[in-house]
Design a protein around this ligand. Structure first.
Ligand code: PLP
Length: 434
């Protein structure tokens, strides 16, 4: 039998770090990453034949669970008609319409292949539209591995404790201003000083790449107010939250209480149903600045790939109110049980929520002061997580291999899967106490 260890050793011989995306490497939790052979519903199975209840969900896309039969059959059917044409298709139009129908600020949509491409394009559009260069981002927010957006980024950059990335030219880094999250006064001060140079403010709609840190009431609306007052654009990055926290993403989730419109938005993950697909969207007059109608160039050989649009469309069509109600309810159950297990084991912690997204922060400071920004997130007792993670894994539950990630539920997390998680939590909480 091929073991995870054998495969990881082989991978290290040909792939840097043995993985094609850094956090897969178990670098912050230790041990060999599990090489996955197959996944159905709420469960993944590794090459050794061990099955785990999955709380990673491909880092978000698997909203309906893995290999949903109707999504797989839509992809099969599309594949039977050709893999890629490099020409427009019906599927692209239908998926763009589905996005516009669900998310009103999306008046026009350009499909791309990854979230990174989507945020890169959104920033270029904002610069092209305003004739300004500076980008404001928030510490702990991750927007993909775009040069200008890697400073103090979340996700793997946070997991490995990096300030940013080597290879980003100083001139490019100098075009990015990083501010503390949830701090409108800091943004106000920067606009007062350099307002005429700022092209855009980019933010995760609800950050989930430094752990989950929800926006304070009125924060996103404040970003909208300040950007519009100063002639800058607001880019709402919904790559992670879009179509996951609800049919119209975090914007829809929040706009019941606040009235505000982002200028540009980005989507990824769920919108591609597990295939490489993402999107940049926004106001018509801004989006029409993209080539071929406008001067801002953007292109992609595989953009709007027919298999990916088929998976995305099938996923969005199946993601009805029952799916979201189920995920909301299961997320609340697991988050509540996690908090109870940690309390029973005497582990100080706080569980943060943003809709159906949640994550745990360990330590007295997190428990007493809460976690509202990246400084709070990184001050946690992250050393407790490896023991917690491995205890869950031993009990057959695969969590994200980083304390800085959200736990992802799916429509396929049924009573059986939830029961397995609930059974595993007390032992993991005791491991985190040690
Ligand atoms: N934006 C956010 C909020 C993300 O969470 C991610 C990925 O995790 C990205 C952008 C980048 O997307 P991708 O990994 O598809 O390039």
């Amino acid at each position: 039998m091929t073991t995870n260890h054998d495969l990881f050793t082989r991978a290290l011989g040909v792939i840097p770090g043995g993985v094609d995306s850094p956090v897969r490497a178990y670098g912050s939790v230790g041990g060999d990453p599990r090489f996955i052979a197959e996944a159905f519903g709420a469960r993944i199975t590794d090459v050794e034949g061990r099955s785990y209840v999955d709380l990673v969900a491909s880092w978000g896309p698997a909203l309906l669970g893995h290999a949903h039969p109707e999504v797989v059959s839509a992809v099969r059917e599309a594949a039977s008609r050709g893999l890629s044409f490099g020409a427009p298709t019906l599927g692209e139009v239908e998926l763009a319409e589905a996005i516009c129908d669900r998310v009103p600020p999306a008046q026009r949509v350009r499909l791309v292949s990854t979230g990174t491409e989507a945020t890169m394009t959104a920033v270029r559009l904002a610069r092209g539209a305003t004739g300004r260069d500076l980008v404001v981002k928030f510490a702990g927010c991750y927007h993909g591995h775009v040069d200008s957006l890697l400073a103090e980024a979340g996700s793997g950059v946070a997991t490995f404790g990096l300030p940013g990335s080597a290879g980003v030219p100083a001139a490019s880094a100098a075009q990015t201003i990083v501010l503390p999250y949830n701090d409108l006064a800091a943004l106000e001060a920067v606009f007062a000083e350099r307002g005429e140079e700022i092209a855009c403010v980019i933010t995760e709609a609800a950050p989930a790449n430094m752990g989950v840190v929800p926006p304070a009431a009125g924060f996103n609306a404040g970003l909208h107010r300040l950007t519009s007052e100063h002639g800058a654009l607001l880019i709402l990055d919904e790559v992670l939250t879009g179509f996951r926290v609800g049919p119209s993403g975090w914007w829809g989730h929040e706009s019941g209480t606040e009235s505000w419109m982002p200028d540009l938005m980005t989507f990824g993950k769920v919108v591609g149903g597990g295939m490489p697909l993402a999107a940049v969207a926004g106001r018509t007059e801004l989006m029409e600045l993209l080539a071929p109608t406008g001067p801002v160039y953007q292109a992609g050989t595989l953009s709007g790939n027919p298999l990916a649009t088929a998976a995305g469309l099938a996923t969005l069509r199946l993601a009805d109110a029952r799916v979201y109600a189920h995920i909301d309810q299961v997320a609340a159950t697991i988050a509540g049980a996690t908090g109870e297990a940690l309390t029973a084991a005497g582990v100080p912690h706080v569980v943060n929520h943003a809709g159906n997204l949640f994550s745990v922060f360990f330590g007295e400071q997190a428990a007493t002061a809460g976690v509202h920004d990246y400084a709070g997130a990184t001050a946690q007792e992250s050393w407790r997580y490896p023991a917690f993670f491995h205890a869950m894994l031993e009990s057959g539950v695969a969590l994200p291999p980083s304390v800085y990630e959200a736990w992802f539920l799916t429509a396929a997390h049924d009573e059986d899967a939830v029961g397995a998680i609930l059974d595993a939590l007390p032992g993991a909480a005791r491991a985190a106490a040690a």
